[in-house]
Design a protein around this ligand. Sequence first.
Ligand code: SF4
Length: 488
Amino acid sequence: MQSGFTACPGLFYATPARDGILSRIRIPGGIINSTQCCVLADIAEYCGGGYVDVTNRANLQIREIYTTIDEKILGRLQNIGLGSSNTDVDHIRNIMSSPTAGIDRQELIDTRPLVQAWDKYIAVHPHLSGLPAKFSVCFDGGGTVRVCDRPNDIGFAAVLIDGNLYFRLHLSLNASKPPMDTGILLNPEECLPVLVALAEVYLNHLDTTSSRKPRLRELLNTLGCKNYLQEVQRRLPFPLQSVGSQEYQNQIPTNQYKHISIHPQRQSGLSYIGVILPLGRLETVQIRRLADLAERYGSGTIRLTPWQNLLISDIPNQRLPDIQREIESLGLHWSVTNIRSALVACSGNTGCASSATDTKGHGRELAAYLDHLKLSQPVNIHFTGCSKSCAQHTKSDIALLGVSINQGKATVEGYHVYVGDSDQKFGREVYQYVTLAELPTLIEQMLRVYKIQRLTPDESFGEFANRHTMAQLKQLFSPNKAKVKSKE
Ligand code: SF4
């Protein structure tokens, strides 16, 4: 295993972190079987910290590695279909797809074959190792659980137009916004050639004398998106069809966390259950038990999601109460009313030197404090140890940015608090330098006010925050608790 070879960790390019070596395993489309889960649990136990983290690209990460993942272990992973068969391209980002591909009742197309086709293409074309580690691709089948708004360099989003199925091509031009629709419509069989051409044009413009590889969006902005696409067109045997994008762009759906809890599948009599992993982490005993549940109740399939949790699919409806009970017995949750359903944290100062705070530890403490508070829909609370925002690149309902706070001679950990949407990276800053001691009661107050004052049960915390001015929010959230509680 090489170490520190690229800026992004992979299985064959492990990266040193504050808590030991970090190894990331690509899981194309996030789909993994029970056998693979058990092998990963063995490795996390033997080489790492005894747990795995699900990342926001539906990868798996093993941390705290002090015992080398040697050739034998790597071979074992490759033998069960984990880890790229071509180590040169292992660093390229995981391929994202809707975690409900093939089981979503509303999807327009099952995107799993496209994920597999691109993964195979990368594996047999070693020159693609020239692509940057962050070269990211997503396929969205147009179902209930959408991923086309997730941060990816390139996205293919299924749409129906006049009864015909197409993919719209999305490209990322701005790091702080979801990928933009280009107005280009593709037939499904055109996606792979277009993806290849997009990659080849990138490589053609790459400055091989520089050690830094730009993001695709940098090149798109430098060359101009139109010029870049003209170069793509010259490499294709078919014309790119272009239609207007404005109307569609304004309607690109975002529906995070719709996969939590129980949902009927397109296969009659079967359902999937979305399981909450507190802060994306699974102990090895939980991995093995979940693999066993997937085997006994379903088809042995586990689907990791970019929201750092997972689905167990193909469960006969009459067996749902039993699997719900078994999931709870593992100390895990499956209900959207649980505060952990959309709680996200980066690795924090136990694993990352850039972090001002112990984000994961504080996330766990906040969840325990708010456990009694039942929500009717997930509220996405995002703890981040610095502005890099590794755990979540999209806007959250409540963002908490870690800071150090001077209190006389002592320094304590705390957070700046942001809500809803704005041009700012984390939303609108509503409070600064909130100490850890003050944080739980403040967040509880914010959530209680939201539950009472939202316009409809469907209004998200972010939407609620967005329709108020900063002055109104501060007044609403001010500690007049007696008044707030009396309204419940
Ligand atoms: S967001 Fe910042 S502190 Fe958190 S893991 Fe990333 S670099 Fe480290």
